[in-house]
Design a protein around this ligand. Structure first.
Ligand SMILES: NC(=O)c1ccc[n+]([C@@H]2O[C@H](COP(=O)([O-])OP(=O)(O)OC[C@H]3O[C@@H](n4cnc5c(N)ncnc54)[C@H](OP(=O)(O)O)[C@@H]3O)[C@@H](O)[C@H]2O)c1
Length: 342
């Protein structure tokens, strides 16, 4: 099969090679809970870039080159393990692939729990965009943010992959007001996805944004430390929740998560939690695990036309380096997709 292979950790032009390799598990049976999918489309996420650069090598010890990257997929079930009950050959599905037999290939492997029937009203290109960012937004608001109907939400990074799902999902979960932060050029887009008020961070100081929005939940998808400092001053230290997709200090495509940075992060996180326990700050959490079962709710909203995705560009598998370089510039509006098979 044709696949993107990370042959060595590094920047996209060094790491990615498009190669012909054997279909995963072509010569042995699948594990009982596994599904093999013929991938039609795969969406790109920042985590794919970070893993391929080796920045997470100290925590993901099983991931060593050569491997096929990519989590998000939409495609057709081609084979199932002996204990798989929910799917059979020919089903159109979407979900998250296994770590090293990823979706940037004509076939990928996924655990049954990470797969869901694809909504009938979307294309493969659209469906593949939802799993990682939809689950992050949903889990950030529900699991970590413990959102209640009628609450106010502020989404930092409203035009990005996670943010552009978090805005409509917060509304669907009953938020009474959803504010979102993005650059000036993306204000019309973020308004169009349902934000009640969009703050342009180029013109509006962070303090003014948080004071004006008065959020019960602040969902920071960018990892800007200043938001935490301002949240400590402006949000309720009893009921406010600050949820972040990234650790204190944010993340970049250059710095590896080594033991030293892990230690610094742990100290910073403990400090923030202590600030809350002593009632000097809102509750603080970083999104770490994503509960795959929530893909069911997301799928229902898609099927009912209540949740949509915006695709900035679709690339071929051969254009993977170009796509990844675009992602790493950090200004993608919505999602980038790799079209794997027509
Ligand atoms: N913990 C987890 O489980 C988890 C899950 C998913 C993602 N993440 C992480 O969360 C981060 C976001 O992911 P993503 O998929 O949404 O990335 P993305 O699509 O690349 O997000 C890019 C967005 O960041 C916005 N941005 C840049 N600077 C900003 C600023 N100062 N203020 C507000 N927005 C700003 C850009 O908007 P403008 O061009 O408008 O500035 C752009 O739309 C990534 O680092 C990713 O690794 C973590």
């Amino acid at each position: 099969m044709k696949a993107v292979v990370v042959e060595t950790f590094g920047e996209p032009s060094k790491a990615f090679k498009v190669k012909d390799i054997p279909i995963p598990f072509h010569d042995k049976p699948l594990e009982p809970s596994q599904v093999r999918i013929q991938v039609k489309s795969a969406a790109i996420n920042p985590v794919d870039a970070k893993i391929s650069r080796g920045l997470l090598a100290s925590v993901l010890r099983k991931v060593r080159p050569p491997f096929v990257p990519g989590f998000d997929f939409a495609g057709i079930v081609e084979d199932t393990g002996s204990q798989v009950r929910l799917f059979s050959k020919g089903d159109a599905v979407f979900g998250r692939a296994c770590l090293t037999q990823g979706s940037f290939a004509e076939y990928c492997i996924a655990e049954e729990n990470d797969v869901h029937k694809m909504p009938s009203n979307v294309t493969f290109d659209q469906a593949c965009c939802f799993p990682v960012v939809g689950l992050t937004a949903y889990c950030g608001l529900v699991q970590y943010g413990r959102i209640h109907r009628g609450e106010r939400v502020l989404v930092v990074g409203g035009s990005g992959g996670v943010g552009s799902q978090a805005v409509p999902i917060a509304k669907l979960l009953g938020a009474s007001f959803v504010g979102a932060v993005c650059s000036k050029r993306n204000v019309p887009f973020v308004k169009s996805i349902g934000a009640d008020k969009v703050y342009d961070y180029e013109d509006t100081p962070i303090m003014d944004i948080v004071r004006d929005c008065k959020p019960d939940i602040l969902l920071d998808t960018i990892g800007i430390d200043e938001y935490w400092d301002v949240a400590c001053q402006c949000m309720s230290t009893k009921t406010g929740r600050f949820v972040c997709t990234l650790p204190p200090g944010g993340s970049s495509y250059e710095h590896a998560l080594d033991w030293k940075s892990f230690l610094n992060i742990s100290v910073a996180v403990t400090k923030r939690k202590l600030q809350h326990w002593t009632r000097r700050a809102p509750a603080y959490s970083i999104i770490i695990t994503l509960e795959p079962a929530h893909l069911r709710e997301i799928s229902e909203w898609i099927e009912q036309d209540k949740l949509k995705v915006s695709i900035e560009n679709i690339y071929s598998l051969d254009e993977v380096i170009q796509a990844m370089e675009r992602l790493e510039k950090g200004r993608v509006v919505g999602k980038l997709v790799l079209k794997i098979q027509p």
